[in-house]
Design a protein around this ligand. Structure first.
Ligand code: NAP
Length: 170
């Protein structure tokens, strides 16, 4: 059985790695949809789809996980059409894992079997919290896999987020 999980992965963190490992105990392979693929260089979505693709593939391969397909998925301006849009981009899947109520609802209405994923160590392993830490100069690198912190360093990601937070008066 193949399962789908869609997230923005801004950035891909330790909670996401645990989620992938948990899902792969239940399914043969996993499709990881990189959501909101068209967005980057904003405080909510600082990293490009290509950067997120690299973060996920480098981390999973380092963890000797190879049963995954990475598919960047741009948003569409109609929620009822989104599931068909996802289906048009991905290999066939039988099950969907999500914690996002809208994603759950949209796949449920199309007849998919939808399950929740366990949110592990939510206080630390949250994309929003990690981006806040980067902005405020707090230590964040322990919350992401080493491959992700290396990529963020290579692309000057922390300074990118700080620049995005500046106003033209700064
Ligand atoms: P999500 O990945 O389902 O995540 C929902 C929440 O759960 C987020 O706060 C996420 O936090 C958290 N989470 C997920 N896995 C976790 C884990 N293992 N440990 C800790 N926390 C975890 O939802 P999403 O990030 O909102 O992604 C859904 C994507 O679908 C978006 O890109 C959205 O735009 C897209 N979408 C598009 C349409 C449309 O185009 N019309 C419609 C529906 C959805 P983190 O930030 O830490 O991951």
């Amino acid at each position: 059985m193949r399962a789908l999980v869609v997230g923005r992965f801004q950035p891909f963190h330790n909670g996401h790695v645990e989620m992938v490992k948990t899902i792969l105990k239940e399914t043969k392979s996993i499709i990881i949809g990189i959501g909101s693929a068209q967005y980057s260089h904003t405080l909510k979505d600082p990293f490009t789809a290509g950067e997120r693709h690299l973060m996920i593939s480098a981390t999973l391969e380092e963890n000797k996980i190879y049963d995954f397909y990475l598919v960047p998925i741009e948003d569409v301006n109609s929620n009822p059409l989104w599931v068909a849009h996802v289906e048009s981009l991905t290999p066939k899947f039988e099950k969907v894992f999500t914690n996002n109520p809208l994603v759950r609802r949209l796949f449920f209405e199309k007849g998919y079997n939808v399950e929740s994923v366990n949110l592990m160590n939510r206080g630390r392993w949250s994309g929003t919290r990690i981006r806040e830490k980067m902005l405020n100069g707090e230590k964040w690198s322990d919350d992401v896999p080493p491959q992700v912190s290396r990529i963020i360093e290579e692309i000057d990601g922390v300074q990118r987020i700080r620049d995005l937070a500046k106003s033209d008066g700064d």
